[in-house]
Write a protein that binds this ligand. Structure first.
Ligand code: NAD
Length: 411
């Protein structure tokens, strides 16, 4: 199932619960604006190449739109549209003063030099600079992009509009980035896992975990969970998965990742298994932290974990989600589980606007505060309506956006 259709189905489950009228469903699911551009660059060897770039601005009712820029060969308009809507519900759920957007480039960054990626990024901003900015739509990192790409984006945007580092978040700390932004999404995933364990009365030390994806989110989640006493038995990236039922040495894996250009290839730990096998391991907690759509009706019956934490965006299809819910598996949904990233992006934007820098402790404390409020509100909503955590999270996010629009946009 395509991404937008999947997110629409999740939306409808919440909308059905509150008998939302068809006109409101139309308003809340239709993006404000969709931009597609062709990026033409000269490669290092003199050849010309071109790539498609996208920015979908879903909803601006609650504030400037906010969302990552994905660099991946499977990026298309449908995926970006679906992910943009997730950002709207996510920022509303965390009560951040933002709307939702998403963007990306259909490109495999591993096939190009850093100089080529810099040119691609700058040319992309050349074409969309007039629709993004600190008060309209603020990009951030997502899969395949990181702080370097954000520094290039900011620099290119400022060539047109003048100094304003709040135009992009997820920048390097030396370039007006926030301390703690790089770890924020993975750390947030770990904090959410701990809050869930407390609510379930379960102990970290007796919990085995498998994590798919060892990039920004997966590696920081692994670090936080290991430090919190969870037993991580499997990790993976695009090179394959590594499994030791007794537990992996995560600090050593992190060192390998840093020493090998952010890759686990060649890690000499555990048994090599496939990414598909990792999803079906006999573990307590499964954390998809890479691509979307990895658990569908075709492989959901093999999932044996009793807790699934959606660190990635949209990793479960609606059919797989329904099956897990029926089986009593607890799924912590993406719009709650990975909200730490956009939360610290918000802190970065606030600091940029105030020309004031927070220390790491303040960032972590305020992050925990926002996450605790979001988690508890979803937990209570789910209990009140006897629905899944996902439907509860959507209910809160969707209702907040609708209420704001009723107050301001509808005459
Ligand atoms: P990243 O590019 O840093 O890392 C992606 C990881 O996934 C890498 O380890 C890569 O090797 C692995 N991967 C790629 N293709 C794979 C495949 N086919 N099978 C298995 N592994 C594969 O990306 P990230 O920033 O860590 O993002 C991961 C997920 O988290 C995405 O779904 C993203 O939307 C979501 N997310 C990221 C942020 C953020 O702040 N970076 C915030 C919220 C949500």
């Amino acid at each position: 199932m395509k991404t937008f259709q999947a997110t629409r189905l999740f939306f409808d489950r919440a909308a059905d619960l509150i008998d939302m009228e068809p006109s409101w469903r139309e308003i809340l699911t239709t993006p404000n604006r969709e931009v597609q551009v062709r990026i033409i660059v000269t490669l290092d060897d003199g050849r010309i190449a071109s790539f498609l770039g996208y920015r979908v601005q879903h909803n601006a009712a609650r504030g400037p739109m906010k969302g990552g820029m994905r660099y991946h060969p499977q990026v298309d308009l449908d995926e970006v549209r679906g992910l943009a809507s997730l950002m709207t519900w996510k920022t509303a759920l965390a009560n951040l003063p933002y709307g939702g957007a998403k963007g990306g480039i259909r490109i495999d960054p591993r096939q190009f030099s850093r100089a080529e990626m810099r040119r691609v990024t700058r040319k992309f901003i050349d074409q969309i600079h007039d629709v993004i900015g600190p008060d309209t739509d603020i990009p951030a990192p997502d899969m395949g992009s990181g702080s370097a790409e954000m520094a290039w984006m900011r620099n290119q945007w400022e060539k047109y509009h003048g100094f304003n580092p709040a135009c992009v978040t997820g920048k390097p700390v030396e370039h007006y980035g926030a301390k703690g932004r790089e770890e924020a999404t993975g750390r947030g995933v770990g904090l959410m896992a701990c809050k869930l364990m407390r609510r379930l009365g379960r102990r970290a030390g007796q919990t085995s975990v498998a994590i798919q994806g060892f990039g920004n989110v997966g590696s920081h989640a692994a670090k936080f969970l290991t430090e919190s006493d969870f037993c991580i038995v499997a990790i993976s990236d695009i090179s394959g998965a590594y499994y030791n039922p007794q537990g992996l040495d995560i600090p050593a894996a992190l060192r390998h990742y840093l020493d090998h250009d952010s890759s686990l290839e060649g890690l000499e730990q555990g048994r090599r298994i496939s990414n598909g096998e990792l999803l079906q391991l006999d573990v307590d907690m499964l954390i998809p932290a890479a691509l979307g759509g990895v658990i569908t009706k075709d492989n959901v019956d093999g999932v044996r974990a009793s807790i699934v934490i959606e660190a990635a965006n949209n990793p479960l299809s609606p059919a797989a989600d329904a099956t897990l819910h029926e089986r009593g598996v607890i799924v912590l949904p993406d719009i709650l589980a990975n909200v730490g990233g956009v939360t610290v992006s918000y802190f970065e934007w606030v600091q940029n606007r105030q020309h004031y820098k927070w220390g790491l402790n303040r960032v972590r404390q305020e992050l925990d505060h926002v996450l605790a409020q979001a988690f508890e509100s979803v937990w209570e909503e789910a209990a009140k309506h006897r629905v899944s955590l996902r439907t509860a999270a959507y209910l809160i996010g969707v209702r907040r956006v609708q209420q704001t629009m009723e107050l301001t946009s509808v005459e």
